[in-house]
Write a protein that binds this ligand. Structure first.
Ligand code: SF4
Ligand code: SF4
Length: 343
């Protein structure tokens, strides 16, 4: 959450932004405009990657300020593209109709929330996997993560509808595992910022998978591969959960060689740009995949259905398989073969 009292106008956030080429003076001038609530060039250039949250040395969270102003001023191309989607979501969250799908499971098993995604946006067979056997499955606007709406000019959605979604989840009366980590952000990060009540237990997907693979390690075949990881933007809200990912990689026998676009320097998957600047989107994908290939990666691991969907095209182009994190575990457990996408 933006905290103006922490900003010392150093300009580091926008000097380090990969999607503009600002020197210190220009960056500071842009931050000044933002702090005055005025239109600034960065509002139209920003891909909503959230990297500047990590680049800010004081924890002021400039990305949040940018997202607030993108919504308020409305001149950013991503806001125009996202408008119909947000209108539909707002209509649903205002209580017009029921927007939920619930597949009941065993009483003693947790819920697996797909938030508002369609099941087809995840790898084939996910619902039938041993990983999630017996779990109640839910999806629909009533369980929408809301935090991800910043990519469409919907920064205010968490504040407006966060408690409603959390109450919908609480009414399930079970622990919730979020298959998309932006879903976890709502109870795990945003609820604290806004003072929402979270009347249910919840678990990050990485912790759930780490537990499952660790508890079934006798069934795991070490994959003996190198991988690159595409951290989706939501991971910047909760870096502490990356430790579970490291454990999963170790348990399934994959190595993650250091590369340029990793950690704080991870690139945007390019999804927010596809409809507003396709040329830039394709260029980002190229840099990302060529970087992964240059360190010998056998696959690009994703943990977000949006990244996973966007990477279908470059995965085929560069012949580097894109594997969703749940599928990496399924491969190690013998449920699926390693994808054949030979270079
Ligand atoms: S969110 Fe990403 S693209 Fe936007 S200003 Fe920050 S670093 Fe740049
Ligand atoms: S938001 Fe952070 S990085 Fe940006 S100018 Fe302020 S203190 Fe510096």
């Amino acid at each position: 959450m933006w905290d103006a009292t922490k900003c010392n106008l150093c300009g580091d956030c926008l000097v380090n932004c990969r999607y503009v080429d600002y020197d210190g003076d220009k960056a500071i001038a842009e931050v000044r405009l933002l702090m005055e609530g005025k239109d600034a060039e960065i509002l139209s250039k920003c891909t909503t990657c959230m990297a500047c949250m990590d680049y800010c040395p004081t924890g002021a969270d400039p990305s949040d300020l940018i997202f607030q102003l993108q919504e308020k001023i409305g001149t950013s191309p991503i806001v125009a593209v996202g408008k119909p989607v947000l209108q539909e979501l707002a209509h649903a969250l205002e209580g017009h109709g029921e927007h939920r799908q619930v597949i009941p499971g065993d009483p003693d098993k947790p819920v697996l929330s797909f938030d508002s995604f369609r099941f087809e946006q995840f790898p084939e067979g996910t619902l039938d996997s041993q990983l999630f056997k017996g779990m109640t499955v839910v999806r629909g606007y009533d369980y929408a993560n809301l935090a991800g709406n910043v990519h469409m000019g919907g920064e205010s959605f968490v504040k407006k509808y966060g408690q409603r979604v959390l109450s919908n989840l609480a009414s399930l009366g079970k622990e919730i595992v979020f298959i998309h980590n932006e879903g976890f952000v709502l109870p795990g990060v945003k609820a604290k910022e806004y003072g929402f009540k979270v009347n249910f237990k919840y678990m990050h997907l990485f912790e759930y998978l780490r537990n499952y693979v660790r508890d079934h390690k006798d069934n795991v075949t070490s994959l003996n591969k190198k991988v690159a990881y595409q951290a989706n933007c939501a991971t910047r809200w909760m870096h502490e959960y990356d430790a579970f990912l490291d454990e999963i990689f170790e348990l399934v026998g994959v190595e993650r060689p250091p590369r340029q676009y990793d950690g704080v320097d991870a690139l945007c998957c390019s999804a927010p740009l596809i409809y507003v600047n396709r040329e830039l989107a394709v260029d980002i994908q190229k840099k990302n995949f060529e970087d992964a290939i240059s360190v010998g990666a056998d696959a690009m691991i994703t943990s977000c259905p949006i990244c996973y969907g966007v990477f279908r095209r470059p995965s085929l182009q560069y012949k580097l398989p894109s594997i969703f994190i749940t599928d990496l575990c399924r491969i190690a457990l013998g449920e699926r073969p390693w994808p054949n996408c030979a270079r």
